[in-house]
Design a protein around this ligand. Structure first.
Ligand code: GLY
Length: 613
């Protein structure tokens, strides 16, 4: 790796600052907006912006705080995707911090002697955990895109882990759902339960081991997680629980920067998640199908019918074609092309539902609202749309003793056996089969929407329903609605198989349901409202910024005026998608107190483990 520069010539920066600032003066909102799934995470992001950080520093703070206060949704034992937009250069980037299968994993890992899937094996315990990408992502964001040191942006999360956060209704709902599994692992039960029982509302969840692990990460960068003492602890804990991690697995973990999926729907540019997420491709395919119709001129019934038919066809292709692009060839251009949309839409009948069985064969959903999403826009116009996960609520419900790291069960996102549904009822074939070092296919869909006069940032948790929720949000944006409307819109979902429309009660009244049933659609009432969308709208014409957190969750959004510090510490040379040049990490802020003095050597400015070269 090339020597990473720590200090840029000040004059060059000032010049870049003036040029970039002048060129894009009209495109700076001058306000920051953060929408996240937990008030403490939103507050952590605000703290870091107010300390001089940019959207990417705030993303580190929000992601790390969510990892502490929403342990059922994401965590440093998990992974995720960050879609970034840098105002300087107007460039979109995608950070793939998806977990990776251990090198000892194989296609039959979760099968019995008869080749049947062993229930629960890919869901609970150490064997269900893939190698986490979340810690590497925090370091990567701080090193390459942030403006302040990682130990500053991680400070709020470390504080929350050390001092504790109060149990909320949502925490209780998730802990009730996974109580048995949480209690099954003593190290996990000790942290997330109260003497083996569900904690009371307001009870403080303190995670001192996690605070220590985060502190090591803050001081040492990826070396503070993927090697050394903590790595030994993680491996010993995983192996004691029947898992198969090795030192090589942790040492080999790399963040991958990928090109986002980019497409158009009418006058809107959509920028979204590429494989190993299915999100961007399925979203674009559905929008391409819908573009063939004048939705605005259709009544609500015809519109719902068409949206379902578009979801059905796009999710079908997900099952057949999508997997980790480093292992399988994904026909991205074809699937996101207008011609493919015309072909698959050819048999759509406005009067009649197309039975999924009449499409080329492939399979049934269960659901949860684990996984998390946040959206950020800073005063300079930098944007982050991030969806992060440990997969099922509380992941694998397994914590290697002493580490405080609750492990994901993302291995369940692979197809353990062709056409056998996973926890979300999603099926797949070889493209998403388990292989050593492979990333499991995801549905996470962090997305930007750009029209000549508006910018939208959105995403949500929700397993297989993520993509259909984002699709409905995009259509609300296309209709000129506010972020409140995108996040609160009643939802419905079709994922090809099972052949039914899953819906929230408010999505269809009786008359609409009967009319759609008469066209051949089957309905299934969702047992609960679902999703937790976090959204931001920047109106370029009025320079107004608004944000909204999904009313189904306990999240908060904030918008406040911030001074524009156009790139004062940003690099004059950006990393590329096929390897990284110089580090952009420049700890320029004065320390607030003695504990935040930037430690460049500890950060490995010579060589940064965890970064793809
Ligand atoms: N673990 C949920 C997803 O990645 O889609």
């Amino acid at each position: 790796m090339s020597k990473r520069a720590c200090v840029r010539p000040v004059m060059g920066l000032v010049l870049a600052l003036l040029v970039c600032g002048a060129a894009s003066a009209a495109r700076e909102p001058g306000k920051t907006a953060i929408a996240s799934a937990h008030p403490l995470a939103t507050a952590a992001g605000r703290e870091i912006i107010e300390a001089g950080g940019n959207a990417f520093d705030a993303a580190v703070a929000v992601a790390a705080a969510l990892a502490v206060v929403e342990p059922y949704s994401s965590g440093i034992g998990g992974g995720g995707f960050y879609l970034l937009h840098r105002a300087i250069g107007e460039e979109d980037l995608f950070i793939d911090a998806r977990e990776r299968a251990p090198l000892a994993a194989h296609e039959k890992l979760y099968l019995d002697d008869q080749g049947e899937v062993i229930p629960g094996k890919s869901m609970n315990g150490a064997l269900a955990a893939a190698i986490p990408g979340a810690p590497a992502a925090l370091v990567h964001l701080a090193l390459y895109y942030g403006r302040i040191p990682l130990d500053r942006s991680l400070a709020p999360a470390i504080r929350l882990a050390r001092d504790g956060f109060p149990v909320t209704e949502r925490y209780l709902e998730m802990a009730t759902f996974r109580q048995r599994e949480l209690a099954a692992d003593p190290a996990t039960g000790e942290i997330f339960l109260d003497n083996g029982e569900l904690p009371a509302l307001g009870h403080l969840i303190r995670q001192r081991d996690l605070a220590d692990t985060l502190t090591r990460l803050a001081r040492q960068g990826t070396a503070g997680f993927y090697s050394g003492e903590i790595a030994d602890e993680l491996i010993a804990g995983v192996r004691a629980g029947g898992g198969i991690w090795t030192a090589e697995d942790l040492e080999q973990y790399r963040i991958v920067e990928r090109n986002p999926i980019v497409g158009r729907y009418r006058d809107m540019q959509i920028v979204s998640a590429p494989p190993p997420s299915s999100g961007g491709i399925v979203l674009l395919e559905a929008l391409n199908i819908l573009e063939g119709y004048s939705l605005a001129e259709l009544d609500a019934l015809d519109r719902s019918h068409l949206v379902v038919e578009a979801m059905r066809r796009a999710y079908r292709d997900r099952a057949e074609y999508l997997g980790d692009p480093d292992f399988v060839d994904v026909p991205v251009a074809r699937l996101t092309g207008k011609q493919h949309a015309r072909e698959v839409a050819a048999d759509i009948d406005l009067a009649k539902a197309t039975p999924s069985s009449s499409l080329k064969p492939i399979a049934s959903p269960k659901q949860g609202d684990h996984t998390t999403h946040f959206s950020i826009l800073d005063g300079e116009g930098n944007r982050v749309s991030a969806t992060l996960s440990v997969n099922y609520p509380f992941g694998a419900c397994y914590t290697p003793a002493g580490s405080g790291v609750l492990l994901n069960n993302e291995m369940d996102d692979f197809s353990s056996r062709p056409m056998t549904p996973n926890a979300y009822g999603l099926v797949g074939v070889d493209a998403n089969a388990i292989a050593p070092g492979k990333r499991p296919l995801s549905s996470m869909t962090p997305t930007f929407l750009v029209t000549p006069d508006r910018v939208g940032i959105l995403g949500t948790p929700g397993g297989s329903r993520i993509i259909s929720m984002v699709l409905l949000g995009v259509l609300e944006f296309a209709d000129g609605k506010t972020p409140e409307a995108w996040v609160s819109r009643p939802r419905f979902h079709h994922q090809y198989l099972p052949d039914e429309i899953l819906f929230e009660p408010a999505a269809f009244d009786d008359a609409a349901r009967k009319a759609l049933e008469a066209r051949g659609h089957a309905f299934k009432l969702s047992t609960r409202d679902y999703g937790n969308m976090q959204a931001i709208l920047w109106d370029l014409a009025s320079n107004a910024v608004s944000a909204a957190a999904d009313p189904r969750g306990e999240g908060t959004s904030e918008v406040w005026a911030t001074p524009v510090m156009m790139g004062a510490e940003l690099p004059d040379e950006a990393p590329t998608n096929d390897g990284f040049g110089e580090s952009t990490y420049q700890p320029t802020l004065p320390a607030e107190d003695g504990s935040f003095v930037p430690d460049l050597e500890a950060f490995g400015n010579e060589a940064v483990p965890g970064v793809e070269e």
